[in-house]
Design a protein around this ligand. Structure first.
Ligand code: ADP
Length: 481
């Protein structure tokens, strides 16, 4: 089976969140099942710099007004197709924002061009390669199935995965004329959304199947509270909606071989973990202590509930705990955490940065990772936590709900507990969860059972890749694969 995946970020080349991890890991897991994926990504500077042997496979003189080439290269075991369009992608800043954190004003054109290139490759224009199916991710690639649908060419199956429905790619209706789609597409049955053009809606409307990254989130987005305006459309497509939880790359995230972990350990030698705890304490300027060390590794945003963590800091310290936070994001949350660190020197540490190696060390050395998200499509940091014996303390929502088993009396009795979960997402309920966590931590044999049960949970891509494979197969003509 040959699959074209189209994604706007891809680990290990360019990453702002979990989407990159999925786009980078799923092709490798599917390859073991005989699915050959080529992934089309934008030629951002970081992507271009990683290319070694490159072949120009196809060129566009006018791709929505710009010149572009499609390059083919292999990077980190992935077959990449890179959309080399300097006018769109060769610029400073992140994949979506400039150096000041502002959205690039032509994002609508950048990702429409990526999508159009994807649709043209899907149509067989890449010499010598015809995919059987197209898999697109999030709003940045939502126009791929729309271009396919409205091209008038023979239909190819497509899957649209929603990694976070809060990001919709809605742009003023005036851009429609520049997208090169027929007038009929600008309709409520097409890509029009309250007078605007919505790239996410385009994908949900026109892809053959829609998936999201956990079964719980697949149910939640059918409701007004979580659907963010897309719930009506999603309810109409309920028969084509799937929830498949993400896995993690268990080779990259292996506490026995991880180069960022100062003292490697496995399930049978958890005694090495406190040495990593010392290393985390040193990195965050915390006092050495055997009390519970909580960590946060996250975008510091309202979605992630980190305003509540800032409000709960005094409670954490009163309980004898310490807190190390790695992240960046909303100024108000950063400031609240900064002032907490100032109030509690040696007990609260903050690093406003994106630091992949440090994130690994923190999972290896902290006792628990706090993830009090208000919504969480899947979440990856709780999966890393499970694998590294860093017990996840999570809100009961989305993928957190599907991947962490709360240490209830019943789950403890059945040796099934892997973390602590709580709801609703309020300060009071978070504080209760913190008190419960500290109590469990004080009961060392129980705590170590929770850690070990977490470390044996299957967080690999195996199961998830099998589910994607099944979904792909269900869309292909019977008997073809
Ligand atoms: P989201 O995609 O909503 O940001 P996820 O939990 O799905 O949340 O994925 C976040 C990813 O980004 C994880 O791999 C996490 O380790 C990583 N991450 C988040 N913030 C940082 C940071 N400041 N430094 C290093 N890694 C980070």
């Amino acid at each position: 089976m040959k699959v074209l995946s189209v994604a706007s970020e891809l680990y290990p080349l360019i990453k702002t969140g979990g989407l990159a991890d999925v786009a980078g890991a799923l092709p490798l897991a599917l390859a073991k099942r005989g699915v050959a994926t080529k992934t089309l990504v934008p030629g951002y500077p970081a992507v271009m710099a990683a290319l070694r042997e490159v072949a120009i496979r196809m060129s566009f003189d006018d791709l929505l007004g710009v010149r572009a080439d499609v390059l083919e290269a292999q990077v980190a075991g992935l077959d990449l197709l890179v959309l080399d369009a300097p006018a769109l992608f060769d610029r400073a800043g992140g994949p979506y924002v400039d150096v000041h954190g502002k959205d690039h004003p032509d994002n609508w054109r950048r990702f429409a061009a990526l999508s159009l290139a994807g649709a043209r490759i899907a149509a067989g224009e890449l010499p010598g390669w015809q995919p059987d199916l197209v898999h697109v991710h999030d709003w940045q690639t939502g126009l791929v199935p729309a271009y396919m649908r409205y091209s008038g060419k023979p239909a190819l199956p497509s899957v649209m995965t929603i990694h976070n429905i809060a990001f919709q790619g809605n742009f003023g209706g005036e851009i429609f004329g520049a997208l090169g789609l027929p007038a009929q597409a600008m309709d409520v049955e097409g890509i029009e959304y309250f007078g605007q053009v919505s790239y996410l809606k385009a994908g949900i409307q026109t892809a053959w199947a829609v998936s999201t990254v956990s079964p719980s989130y697949a149910e939640e987005i059918l409701t007004p509270e979580f659907g963010m305006g897309m719930e009506g459309l999603l309810n109409r497509r309920i028969g084509d909606l799937h929830g498949i939880v993400n896995g993690i790359d268990t080779d990259v995230w292996n506490p026995q071989t991880d180069p960022s972990v100062s003292h490697p350990f496995g399930i049978d030698d958890l005694e090495a973990r406190p040495l990593n705890k010392r290393a985390v304490e040193a990195r965050f300027g915390l006092i050495e202590d055997d009390g519970p060390l909580f960590c946060v590794i996250s975008r510091l945003t309202w979605q992630k509930g980190l305003d509540l963590v800032a409000d709960a800091v005094d409670e954490i310290v009163a309980l004898g705990g310490r807190l190390a936070v790695l992240g960046s994001g909303d100024e108000a949350i950063v400031n609240a955490l900064r002032s907490a660190a100032y109030r509690h020197p040696g007990r609260v540490g903050l690093s406003v940065a994106y630091d992949e190696p440090l994130s690994h060390l923190m999972q290896a050395g902290s006792d628990a990772i706090l993830i009090p998200s208000r919504f969480e499509p899947c979440g990856l940091t709780q999966l890393y936590g499970l694998r590294y014996g860093c017990v996840p303390v999570v809100s009961r929502t989305g993928g957190l709900n599907d991947t962490v088993i709360d240490a209830s009396p019943a789950a403890l009795a059945a040796d099934a507990a892997t973390g602590i979960s709580f709801g609703p997402v309020t300060l009071e309920s978070l504080k209760r969860a913190l008190r419960r966590t500290v109590r469990l931590y004080g009961d060392r044999p129980t705590w170590s059972r929770i850690q070990k049960q977490g470390m044996t949970s299957d967080v690999s891509w195996e199961n998830s890749a099998a589910l994607y494979h099944k979904l792909y197969s269900s869309l292909l003509p019977k008997g073809s694969h």
